[in-house]
Design a protein around this ligand. Structure first.
Ligand code: PEP
Ligand code: MN
Length: 338
């Protein structure tokens, strides 16, 4: 349920309503918009019948949110959410944010090389997994904390911000220390304990769509994070499983405008995992930008042949640079900038 306040509602009226909501055993979540404040109320709503909230001064109307996701929904917050990564980098505004780098952190040398190259082409966030969720237990599992330290060194060297994956609740503090954005991978989209854990911190979270998850399930997972109090969530479409097996996954371009309609959260796209083939990545990236995404997450490796993971979908720096030139043109055509 949402309580829509009158535009002239005072702070003390808001405080009073919040206290009443809490007394009823419900959880109030305040969203201050440019025009008016909305209070989202989470919990068993039947109690409202006994205590109608319309009567409180400052309340304009009380409306049910019929969708299963509440805080994530556009009904709760009409304006786009802009996630501030640092004072210069914000996701969800006019600027499309480019995140790029290797699939895994492999060594200081390769990461540094990739970082300097992607920065030259316009990336502002460096990607690289230290904890890798691999299909096979015999594949490279990532460097762990050593990988995080390498990310920190390269961040210092280049000024790029860091997005890196968290796989286990026991590592929240560790990854939080090194990451500017914590990635929750597709395979963990419904790891509810992990979602709750990142909900309890305030670090931005990049939540990737599960490869077999519907848009509704994806939004319900985001709801777990917001319901714990962390509103700094970026959604990432990364391709879904279909009958088509020529590509690794199928980029669900529809999901971009659909999620933007349903939710106020920013949506970014990973064209690398969505296609699995480096030659298809630029076209998928351009389609994503044309469809209205707020950012891209792209795998770039200085020497894909030697990559310890996902070499076949990794662009060499030159190809990434060429792609960025085209992506910029598409961004401009749809009224965005990079
Ligand atoms: C990744 O970004 O390297 C990754 C493992 O992605 P996903 O979780 O989307 O498969
Ligand atoms: Mn990868």
């Amino acid at each position: 349920m949402i309580i829509v306040l009158r535009p002239d509602a005072t702070e003390s009226q808001i405080k009073h309503i919040v206290e009443r909501v809490k007394k009823l055993g419900l959880k109030p979540m305040i969203s201050k918009g440019t025009e008016r404040t909305i209070i989202g109320v989470i919990g068993e709503e039947d109690v409202i019948r006994v205590q109608p909230l319309e009567v409180f001064p400052g309340v304009e109307k009380v409306m049910p949110i019929l969708k299963p996701y509440k805080l994530v929904s556009r009904d709760f917050k009409r304006e786009n959410t802009i996630v501030n990564i640092d004072k210069n980098i914000r996701i969800g505004g006019k600027r499309i944010v480019i995140m790029a780098g290797p699939c895994s952190v492999e060594s200081k040398k390769t990461l540094s090389k990739a970082a300097r190259a992607v920065k030259r082409s316009g990336a502002v966030v460096l990607r690289g997994g230290a904890f890798k969720p691999r299909t096979s237990p015999y594949s490279f599992q990532g460097l762990g904390e050593e990988g995080l330290k390498i990310l920190a060194e390269v961040k210092k060297e280049t000024g790029l911000l860091i997005v890196t994956e968290l796989m286990d609740t026991k590592d929240v503090k560790l990854v939080e220390k090194y990451a500017d954005i914590i990635q929750i991978g597709a395979r963990n989209m419904q790891n509810f304990n992990l979602l709750k854990a990142v909900g309890q911190i305030r670090k931005p979270v990049l939540l990737k769509r599960g490869m077999s998850s519907t848009i509704k399930e994806f939004l319900m997972s985001a709801e777990y994070i917001l319901s714990e109090g962390n509103f700094n969530v970026i959604l990432c479409e990364r391709g879904i499983r279909t009958f088509e097996d020529y590509t690794r996954f199928t980029l669900d371009v529809n999901a971009i405008p659909a999620i933007k309609n349903l939710s106020h959260l920013p949506v970014i796209v990973d064209p690398s995992h969505a296609t699995g083939k480096w030659g298809l990545v630029p076209a998928a990236a351009k389609a994503a930008v044309a469809a209205g995404c707020d950012g891209l997450l792209v795998e770039v490796h200085p020497n894909p042949e030697e990559a310890l993971s996902d070499g076949s979908q990794s662009l060499i720096p030159e190809k990434f640079n060429d792609m960025m030139k085209e992506v910029r043109k598409v961004a401009e055509a749809v009224g965005r900038e990079i």
